[in-house]
Structure formats: C-alpha cells, structure tokens
Design a protein around this ligand. Structure first.
Ligand code: 5GP
Length: 190
C-alpha cells in the first residue's frame, strides 16, 4: 500500500537492523486518517470473505481494527495480554514469545466473545517471526472459530513469520512488506 510506505519512509525509525519504530502513526500516536485508509484497504482485500468478527491482540492492532469493524459492521475483539485479576471469565489462552520484549506473555480471549459460529479475520500491527499470529491461530482453533483471513499492517519479510503461518495453510496479506532494515535504511519488498 503506497500511502503506508510513504508514512513508513517519512516517519519510520530504525533503531537496529531488526526493528522498525512507527510510534508517530501507529504504536504511540495514532494517525486516524491513515487508520481509516488501512481499514479501507483491508476491507477491499477481504471483500469475498463473510467476516463475522475481527480479532486482534492488544494494543496496537486495535486502532486499524476499530475502523475496519465500523466499515464492516462487525465487532472487534482484542486478545488481552497478561490478564489482570478482574478477568474472571472462562477464557481460551496460550503463551507467546514477544519479539520486541524477548520474553513470554499470555494472551487470553473470553469464551463469551468467540465461538464456532465465528468467521474471523485476524489482524495485527506487525509480523516478525509469527509468534503472535501463531498464538492467535492456536486460540482461535481451540474455540473452533473459522479463520477466513490474516491481515498484517507491516510485515518484516526478512523474518520467518509468513513462512511459519503459511506452513499451517494460511495465507497472509500484508499492507507493507519490509525487505531489509540494514544500516538504518528501509527497503521495501517488491
Ligand atoms: P512476531 O510475533 O511476529 O514475532 O512479532 C510480532 C509482534 O511483535 C507484533 O505484534 C508487534 O507488537 C511486535 N513487533 C515485532 N517486530 C516489531 C517491530 O519491528 N516494530 C514494532 N513496533 N513492533 C514489532
């Protein structure tokens, strides 16, 4: 998506060869106009799917999903990370290794908000090694929901996420694909 690439070129920061920071429009400050454009793009890409629910993981997946949920007239459910004691619902849960924090965390989703009736579009802000996406797939499968699409805002194509997810038989749609971040230079995949 050309507009997203422009944003990444303009505002993206590259602290090291593996990490892209987009705090200016997605991970800290949120550019609402861009979020709507991302949502429109996802809507168009997944137009043939009968989506009943959009699922993401807190926090940064939520913003584009809210706009998309609004456009599609479907609810958005975000998996909670390391739930607090007030999360008393019966939940599906799994552990995920965090690429950015280099430690494990738990994600949970209440059984109230996901079921075998659901046709889920899973969306996340970034894909690196695919841990978050694989964790979400595990949970959604346990809930017997159908996964009808996987959408990622920014894929770091030099990491293994897409391969891992495709090995399970799912396709991944990424709005921007980064081929390399070496030496502070952002190179997009063709
Ligand atoms: P994965 O689970 O695919 O290894 O990593 C994806 C998750 O880690 C995303 O949900 C995102 O929160 C975080 N992440 C991975 N790489 C980056 C990155 O380069 N920049 C930012 N901002 N987040 C990242």
């Amino acid at each position: 998506m050309k507009l997203l690439e422009e944003y990444i070129r303009t505002y993206g920061e590259v602290p090291n060869d593996d990490v892209l920071k987009v705090d200016a429009f997605l991970n800290h400050q949120i550019d609402t106009r861009l979020m709507m454009q991302l949502a429109e793009d996802f809507k168009e890409h997944f137009k043939d799917q009968k989506i009943t629910k959009i699922v993401t993981i807190e926090t940064s997946g939520i913003a584009p999903c809210v706009f998309l949920g609004y456009l599609l007239h479907v609810p958005v459910v975000y998996m909670k990370k390391n739930p607090s004691k007030i999360m008393t619902d019966d939940c599906y849960h799994t552990n995920i290794h965090s690429f950015t924090k280099d430690r494990d965390y738990e994600i949970v989703i209440s059984k109230k908000y996901i079921s075998s009736e659901d046709n889920v579009l899973f969306i996340d802000d970034f894909m690196a090694n695919g841990e978050a996406c694989l964790g979400a797939i595990r949970v959604l499968k346990e809930a017997q929901a159908t996964i009808c699409g996987i959408g990622i805002v920014i894929e770091k194509a030099f990491q293994s996420g897409r391969k891992q997810v495709q090995a399970l038989g799912y396709d991944v749609y990424a709005q921007a694909r980064i081929a390399s971040l070496k030496n502070g230079t952002i190179v997009f995949a063709e």
